[in-house]
Every structure is written in structure tokens, then in C-alpha cells.
Design a protein around this ligand. Structure first.
Ligand code: HEC
Ligand code: HEC
Length: 274
């Protein structure tokens, strides 16, 4: 049977209406989690949560399939366990550091909103998350964002002086340590160096030409202090680790043509950032 053109338009209208209605019905906090997820998590986990974001293939192990498509996994985790891995990252709970820490980037309420949204990907019948007490406007979790304060350039120079001074041996040790930490802390999940790594952030193969070491140090200690909406999380590094990592990154000066090194690349909707 052919459906007439008018009928089609009516159906299309009903469909759009239904979608708007359904999205409108999304709980306030699930909705908040949804928006954060799409911007910060979907590059790895995919918008549908199945672990197939554009950056997934650059990671080993792969991002978790949050829909439990192949096995029951997420459904067995408690809300607190999910919260903890979001807060301290894979590095903090002995999973892969490819899963970043978000506890220094988002407020407690935002993190719980993410847990609530993650729960919508798989069938879950357990305890709901209480954001507001019944008949009360009072929020249960803190809405306060972590502080986004910049570290002064002098902090870098002081630490460099006390750790390295003009001892070349000590400098080489720092660079070697920094290279290890770069992988251990999951920088490589988002950044390519010499053709390997994730593509969520810019290729750092030539970062040593482009950025001052003191800036790299201050940036990685608190990216949000420079760019509040950046997709790069604050990984809660201490200054000693940040020094080693920034000294390592400043040695990246490959001149090989295939190395790329487009410092503006890797962020598909950069335009929407500001
Ligand atoms: C750079 C890629 C990347 C980003 C961005 C990312 N994840 Fe992950 N995520 C991973 C990887 C890789 C794993 C698997 C870790 C493992 O199994 O060792 C993972 C695992 C998880 C898990 C399962 C944890 C467990 O206990 O097994 C959850 C939940 C999760 N991610 C949620 C999120 C949320 C929410 C966000 C956004 C705030 C996010 N992820 C952002 C890569 C990423
Ligand atoms: C979840 C992904 C992610 C992780 C993990 C990550 N970054 Fe980034 N990084 C980004 C993104 C995205 C940008 C682009 C910043 C922007 O313009 O918003 C960036 C930018 C940078 C820059 C360039 C800043 C500039 O102004 O050009 C450096 C250097 C950097 N990251 C180093 C690191 C180091 C070192 C680590 C590990 C400690 C790390 N990143 C971890 C995503 C990530």
C-alpha cells in the first residue's frame, strides 16, 4: 500500500513530536550527564555507549562497552564503583589509564549525573541515585567545580632549579621518567607521538617546537585554568610528575614529514569550544 504524501508528513510530524517529548522527559540530571557524556566521553565510548567512538581503535584495551552488549559487566557494578572510576580514572583503580580521571574536572553533582546517564545504557534495576531529597530543592551533591587556578611560571623555574639545576645527567633522567609517565598516566590515549596514540587531542610529535616547557607544565597541571571547556581533563598530576612529563614533551621535535604535528587538529568541533 502506498502511503500518501500528506500521511507521510503527518507521520513525520508525529515522530518529531514524540522525539522532542521523549528528550524533554529525560530527567534533569540524566540530561546533564547526557550532555557531558557526548562532549567528553563519546570520542572513546561512542554516543550510544557501545565503546565504538572514533578514538576507540587507538586504545588497548578498548573502551568499555557500557551497554553490556557482549557480556554482563556494567550491571554488576555498584553506583559507587562507577563513581570511583570516573573520579580517579583507570589509573586510580588499577584499570587502564586510557580511561581518564575526571574528579578534578567536574563537580560531584556532574560526576553523579554521569553515573546516572551511564546507567541508562544497560538494564539496571538497582538503587536509584538521589540528587534531591523528596519535596526539597536541596541538592545532595556539591555543585561546586574543582578550582581552576593557574600555576605561576615561577613554580616551574623553581622546581626545575631544585630538581635538575644544570646537571645534564639529571635532565636526561627526568626526560626518561617523563616518557614513562606519559604512557602510565594515559596521555597517549589522546595524543599521538611519532605515529602512535589517540586522536582526541593534538598530535604532540612536534610539540617541542611549538610550546614552551613552562607552559606545558602549567597546562597539564590544570588545563581548565587556561581553557575552561577543553576536552583535556585535569589528571591530578603532582608538580614533580608534571615537571618530568613536560621536559619529555619539550624534547619532541621530530622533523620527519610523516610525523604530522598539526597542533590544531584532533578536535572535530573545536569551533564550538568558546
Ligand atoms: C580517552 C578515551 C576515554 C575517554 C575520553 C573516556 N573513557 Fe571511559 N574507558 C576508557 C577505557 C580504555 C576503558 C577501559 C578500562 C579498562 O577496562 O581497563 C574505560 C572504562 C570505562 C568504564 C568502566 C569502568 C570499570 O569499572 O570497568 C566506565 C564506567 C567509563 N569508562 C565511563 C566513562 C565516562 C563517563 C567518560 C566521560 C566522562 C569516559 N569514560 C571517558 C576510555 C575512555
Ligand atoms: C582525554 C583526552 C586527553 C588526555 C588524557 C590528555 N590530553 Fe592533552 N589535550 C587534549 C585535548 C583535546 C587538547 C586540545 C586542547 C584544547 O585546545 O582544548 C590537548 C592539548 C594538550 C597540549 C597542547 C596545549 C596547547 O595549547 O597546544 C599538550 C602539551 C597536552 N595536551 C599534553 C598532555 C599530556 C602531557 C597529557 C598526560 C598527562 C595529556 N595531554 C592528556 C586531550 C587529552
Amino acid at each position: 500500500m502506498r502511503v500518501g504524501k500528506e500521511m507521510k508528513n503527518v507521520l513525520r510530524f508525529l515522530f518529531v513530536f514524540l522525539m522532542v517529548f521523549l528528550v524533554g522527559c529525560e530527567d534533569e540530571f540524566v540530561g546533564k550527564g547526557h550532555r557531558i557524556f557526548n562532549r567528553y566521553c563519546s570520542p572513546c565510548h561512542g554516543e550510544s555507549g557501545d565503546g565504538t567512538g572514533y578514538n576507540a581503535l587507538n586504545l588497548d584495551p578498548q573502551p568499555r562497552d557500557l551497554t553490556d552488549g557482549a557480556e554482563e559487566y556494567m550491571v554488576k557494578l555498584s553506583n559507587d564503583e562507577i563513581y570511583e572510576v570516573l573520579e580517579v580514572g583507570g589509573y586510580g583503580v588499577d584499570l587502564s589509564a586510557g580511561m581518564p580521571a575526571w574528579g578534578k574536572t567536574f563537580s560531584e553533582e556532574e560526576l553523579w549525573s554521569l553515573v546516572a546517564y551511564v546507567r541508562t545504557f544497560h538494564p539496571y534495576q538497582g538503587d536509584p541515585i538521589i540528587f534531591k531529597k523528596p519535596d526539597s530543592e536541596e541538592h545532595v551533591f556539591s555543585k561546586e567545580k574543582p578550582r581552576y587556578s593557574r600555576v605561576r611560571p615561577q613554580a616551574y623555574y623553581d622546581l626545575l632549579e631544585s630538581t635538575v639545576g644544570d646537571d645534564e645527567e639529571a635532565l636526561n633522567e627526568q626526560v626518561a621518567l617523563g616518557e614513562e609517565l606519559f604512557a602510565e598516566r594515559g596521555c597517549n590515549a589522546c595524543h599521538v607521538v611519532n605515529g602512535e596514540g589517540g586522536k582526541l587531542g593534538p598530535d604532540l610529535t612536534r610539540a617541542g617546537f611549538m610550546l614552551q616547557t613552562q607552559f606545558i607544565f602549567r597546562w597539564i597541571l590544570n588545563p581548565q585554568a587556561f581553557k575552561p571547556k577543553t576536552r583535556m581533563p585535569n589528571l591530578d598530576l603532582n608538580q614533580e610528575d608534571a615537571l618530568a612529563i613536560s621536559l619529555y614533551v619539550s624534547t619532541l621535535k621530530s622533523t620527519a614529514t610523516e610525523a604530522g604535528g598539526d597542533m590544531d587538529g584532533g578536535d572535530p568541533d573545536e569551533a564550538g569550544d568558546t
